[in-house]
Ligand binder design. Structure first.
Ligand code: SAM
Ligand code: SF4
Length: 485
């Protein structure tokens, strides 16, 4: 099918076999009840919940709902501090970086908030050829990226075969100085179990799909047409992914469509359901906030989430699901990102473009191809300097996925706190690789200082490991690549 041709391919056929337990596990009445039961928390109860979270046992949705109702600044500061401690205990002082790569902006759906929506006449449609994908990946590798998130709209023009081919192209694309992509996560529309099996064969990392809103009436209003209009087909996507053997899955909600408290409880119920059903919760939770997009009916969020509430909700998620990564994108400003990575966020996108073809240096930034506007437009090296200046290690690590430490295996390491012994050294080694191959004078200055401090800390905790890592850092300095534990 040529781009721009009739998008009405979808006939509303899903079969009738896709409903799973999650459809009953998350329902509007249950979420409302949880929020209602949590009304008027006492100081004592809040402190009890904060203390429990510090034992890294997570929180029930009811306890999280109680924290979400807190307005007292002093108490909010207490759980922001608890979120910082939990993040450091489990993940150490590191922040994983990735880049989104849009293959195409063609879509059969009509989501009211998205620039790629079918009826948007102001957007120029574009689908990258395999050659164009290769060029985009080369540009990203030359910036130092090792982890990608592949995205597309939902359309027969960009069917699963096309996406898989694009993933293969991206993995095969290599550049000088050991430039290569080592992990590709995927964020595309929900697939059937059979299709998820095909996707798994393409060696993807995490499969991600945001429910957007867990509130059914809002979902219906926001997604009037196309396959995405089916709430339950989307909600059950993670069941099909798990059944197909994809055990790292990522969930998320688009904050601003409905009451943020409702969405947080929806996310936590979804996480709880996955944990109970498959023995492993979501690998990541994403927290995008709605940004204006060209040519869409929704220019202002119907339920705006203030910066203060946004910080609070991220901290509550960190306390409630301590072992789940939290992802923040360049939809957020530099200031918000700097603050939130101290209080719970563990992965961020950097140097992002939301346009297919947006990384090609010869192209100007094209707003008429974009999915939504971005706030943090800094180049990756500037972001890295800022992270290192804050004493955190920017990480490009892909070790767990490549060594098969996914799903339950990952959780078995994460829960007794063992993941730190891998994550921190791997973060240090991948950061060193970045500095040697792609760093500027300034990032090397801050980066080397940060690495020296981290090595000193590691010496105190694990002297043997520290001497091995010191040796590896030297090897990387001499040009070796891809060392990991
Ligand atoms: N088309 C697939 C889908 O909808 O799941 C793939 C991902 S879509 C390209 C990525 C995500 O972008 C959506 O799930 C939605 O949450 C988010 N998004 C869409 N419009 C947005 C906007 N105006 N501001 C912020 N995020 C937006
Ligand atoms: Fe299409 Fe996804 Fe945008 Fe909806 S959010 S219009 S499905 S690209």
């Amino acid at each position: 099918m040529a781009i721009g041709e009739d998008f009405n391919y979808w006939q509303g056929e899903f079969g009738d076999n896709y409903r799973t337990g999650v459809c009953d596990y998350i329902n509007d009445e249950k979420v409302e009840e949880i929020l209602a039961r949590a009304a008027e928390p006492t100081r004592g109860e809040i402190r009890r919940i904060i203390d429990k979270s510090l034992e890294l046992r997570g929180l029930t949705p009811e306890e999280a709902a109680t924290l979400l109702l807190v307005e007292d600044e002093e108490l909010i500061d207490e759980f922001l501090e608890a979120a910082r401690q939990i993040k450091e205990k489990i993940y150490g002082k590191r922040l994983v970086l990735f880049a989104p790569l849009y293959f195409a902006n063609i879509c059969s759906n009509n989501c009211l908030y998205c620039g790629f929506r079918r009826d948007n006449q102001e957007v120029q449609r574009k689908k990258l050829t395999q050659e164009e994908i290769r060029k985009e990946v080369e540009a990203l590798e030359r910036e130092g990226h090792k982890r990608l998130l592949v995205l597309t709209g939902e359309s027969p023009a960009t069917d699963l075969d096309y996406v898989i081919k694009g993933i293969e192209t991206a993995y095969q694309t290599k550049t000088e100085k050991g430039g290569e992509i080592r992990r590709i996560n995927v964020e595309i529309a929900p697939l059937s179990t059979e299709q998820f099996r095909e996707l798994k064969k393409a060696k993807i990392g995490t499969y991600t799909c945001f429910q957007e809103t867990y509130h059914r009436p809002t979902y219906k209003r926001m997604h009037p047409e196309g396959p995405k209009a089916n709430y339950e087909w989307r909600l059950t996507a993670m069941d099909r992914a798990q059944q197909a053997g994809i055990d790292d899955v990522g969930i998320g909600a688009l904050f601003g469509l409905y009451d943020y408290r409702f969405e947080v409880i929806g996310l936590l119920l979804h996480a709880e359901y996955l944990d109970k059903t498959y023995g492993v919760g979501p690998h990541t939770i994403s927290v995008p906030r709605l940004n204006p997009a060209l040519g869409t009916p929704i220019q202002e969020p119907p339920y705006p989430v203030s910066d203060e509430d946004f910080k609070k909700l991220v901290a509550v998620l960190r306390l409630a699901v301590p072992y789940t990564g939290i992802i923040l994108t360049t939809r957020e400003s530099e200031e918000m990102r700097n603050e939130l990575f101290l209080h719970g966020v563990s992965q961020i996108s950097a140097g992002s473009r939301t346009t297919p073809g947006g990384y090609d240096e010869n192209e100007e930034r094209r707003h008429d191809l974009e999915q939504f506007s971005l706030h943090d437009l800094r180049p990756i090296d500037d972001i890295i300097i800022e992270i290192a200046r804050n004493g955190y290690i920017p990480s490009f690590c892909t070790a767990c996925y490549r060594l098969g430490r996914t799903g339950q295996d990952f959780m078995d390491l994460a829960k007794p706190g063992k993941i730190q012994e891998f994550c921190k050294p791997n973060a240090m080694m991948t950061f060193k690789e970045y500095l040697v191959d792609y760093g500027t004078e300034k990032s090397r200055e801050f980066g080397e200082r940060c690495l020296a401090e981290q090595l000193e800390e590691l010496k105190k905790e694990h002297p043997k490991l520290a001497s091995k890592i010191a040796e590896n850092l030297e090897k990387i300095g001499r040009g070796e690549h891809d060392l990991y534990l």
